[in-house]
Design a protein around this ligand. Structure first.
Ligand SMILES: [Zn+2]
Length: 398
């Protein structure tokens, strides 16, 4: 650290930590309010307005349904911001937590985004009150759970381009880690995610005269099985990939062979070469399998989120601050899940941290009974602070 630079120091970190603790009661009330009245992806304006106001800037600029809130707390001359993202959207689930502040509107914060928002407000308000090495850009992002990706809209917006950003940080709860444990590894931590659609055209016929038709259901079933060989036989076993067929639709009558079948699924990979290879082999396998049944397959692959790579230096710098702030940075969390945070990652130095909720305390993400405790707000806010201070250290240079 250079004297007089905008590097973080332990005294400032303590002051920020105390300010976060002072913000927790209000952040908890806010969490319950957001949880009780969740918004689905594409309809987050009310939630975004609530968070922008809680962060002290009700007039913050909009990016589609989201907001960008600047917290101009920088102590140094450099106005390069550290961006911290929260997602705004809930899932279309009927809540089964039994909490007094449970949602009753058919949507539910079952992915912890209510806790992320409350944590960001506690962190952001602490920086606003105490100051920090650099200004913060609080990114209130819509549509993390739905398509089109909110991150893609934010990252390509003029509003974001107008703010100098040196690093992006996000924190996501995860039930496979113990409470107080944060996974903060460098390198790839989430997979790329691409949507697969295979349409198989056959020839309809009476069910008792199969030789008169070309059965797309049998071809589709064979295609599903053939696709399952790709990960085990065509991909490098040292690098994870996933092929999952999630829907298979065909036919309307038990005594008729339909004209077509459609299957949809998801393809996951941890690097771009594997991603391209998977696309090519899926396409080839589906087309050739269908042809061997006298049918014709049309394969469509929609490229979604890229691989999420954590910046190794930012991960290391953040881990140091996590320890100082009373959290355990020893968590191990890489998964073939995907998060549209990877769109920021493709453009900025960035870091996704996973914060433990404890799997024996609550069921996992996207479960209708997922209810992380209010204490998780403090963990998320501290992890955001650690990411912010780590980014400030890196941006200050050697
Ligand atoms: Zn989520």
């Amino acid at each position: 650290m250079t004297e007089g630079s905008v590097t973080a120091d332990p005294g400032l970190a303590s002051a920020l930590l105390a300010a976060i603790e002072a913000e927790l009661p209000a952040a908890t009330v806010l969490r319950h309010q957001i949880h009780r009245e969740p918004d689905l992806g594409g309809f987050e304006e009310r939630t975004a307005a609530l968070i922008a106001e809680a962060l002290g800037d009700p007039d913050a600029p909009w990016v589609t349904q989201g907001r960008l809130v600047r917290i101009p707390a920088g102590r140094g001359p450099d106005e390069t911001h550290v961006a911290v993202r929260t997602e705004l959207d809930a899932l279309p689930l009927t809540e089964e937590t039994g909490a007094p502040w449970a949602s009753v509107n058919g949507a539910m914060h079952a992915c912890g985004h209510d806790v992320h928002m409350a944590g960001l407000v506690a962190f952001g308000q602490a920086v606003r009150a105490v100051g920090g090495p650099r200004p913060v850009l609080a990114v209130l992002q819509p549509r993390e759970e739905s398509s089109p990706s909110g991150a893609l809209d934010v990252v390509s917006s003029a509003e974001l381009a107008a703010v100098p950003v040196g690093a992006f940080v996000a924190v996501h709860l995860h039930a496979s880690l113990p409470p107080g444990t944060i996974a903060v590894q460098g390198g790839p931590v989430n997979a790329s995610s691409d949507a697969l659609t295979v349409t198989i055209e056959g020839r309809p016929a009476h069910a008792a005269y199969p030789h008169m038709g070309r059965d797309p259901i049998v071809a589709a079933a064979a295609t599903v099985m053939a696709l399952q060989h790709l990960v085990s036989r065509r991909m490098d076993p040292m690098r994870p990939t996933v092929v999952t067929v999630g829907t298979l639709q065909a036919g309307t009558a038990g005594n008729a062979i339909p004209g077509s079948a459609v299957l949809t699924g998801t393809l996951r990979a941890f690097n771009e070469d594997d991603r391209d290879l998977l696309h090519a082999t899926v396409t080839e396998t589906a087309e050739l399998t269908a042809r061997s049944y006298g049918c014709q397959a049309t394969v469509s692959i929609h490229r979604g989120e890229p691989v999420l790579h954590n910046d190794p230096q930012l991960a290391l710098a953040t881990a140091t601050w996590l320890t100082r702030l009373g959290l355990d940075p020893g968590g191990d969390m890489r998964s073939c899940g995907a998060d549209d945070f990877s769109y920021y990652n493709a453009k900025y130095r960035s870091l996704m941290c996973f914060a433990g909720t404890g799997e024996d305390v609550v069921p996992g993400l996207h479960h209708p009974a997922f209810l992380p405790p209010d204490e998780a707000i403090f963990d998320v806010a501290r992890a955001m602070l650690a990411g912010y201070l780590g980014a400030c250290d890196l941006l200050a240079g050697p």
